[in-house]
Ligand binder design. Structure first.
Ligand SMILES: C[S@@+](CC[C@H](N)C(=O)[O-])C[C@H]1O[C@@H](n2cnc3c(N)ncnc32)[C@H](O)[C@@H]1O
Length: 142
């Protein structure tokens, strides 16, 4: 089976068909000012796909606990100087992580793919509870 981790020609709307294609046009929304956050962004290929699809980098944010993965992303894509999306190093299971609390109340969309399965049930609940405060007040869930 081919690994398409780096298949950047595929629009991100293909990753989230029910949300992005039918209900919400993700790159268009982020172009319009929505703030997109990927939790557990790893190498940042999803963040870069979104930028490639036309969303402004200042509206794209990533979070990962492993700086090494984020650094590998910059090396892999050779864009440390040019990729302007903000990537925050922080632990989603640490409720006192101040790097993450700086994002509270700032986000319109959270993408958390291939993440929840890494945790047991209790930590999945903590993860979900940590995601909620990221959202801007007054948003409705789709
Ligand atoms: C399987 S990768 C998913 C990468 C990406 N979301 C994707 O869909 O390809 C999971 C990522 O979650 C990160 N992660 C694991 N535990 C975390 C935590 N407690 N806080 C933040 N990120 C975490 C890992 O470092 C890893 O980069």
């Amino acid at each position: 089976m081919p690994i398409n981790l780096l298949a950047l020609s595929r629009p991100i709307s293909g990753i989230l068909p029910s949300l992005a294609s039918t209900v919400y046009n993700l790159p268009l929304g982020v172009k319009g000012g929505d703030i997109f956050l990927e939790v557990g962004c790893c190498f940042g290929q999803v963040l870069r796909q979104l930028a490639h699809d036309g969303a402004p980098a200042q509206n794209i944010v990533g979070v990962d606990v492993k700086k090494g993965f984020v650094d590998l992303g910059y090396e892999l894509f050779r864009d440390r100087e040019s990729f302007a999306a903000r990537i925050v190093i922080g632990d989603m299971l640490d409720t006192k992580d101040s790097a993450l609390s700086a994002l509270d109340g700032t986000v319109h969309l959270v993408h958390a793919a291939s993440l929840f399965h890494l945790f047991n049930w209790d930590d999945q609940l903590k993860l979900g509870e940590r995601i909620v405060p990221f959202f801007k007040r007054g948003l409705r869930m789709l």
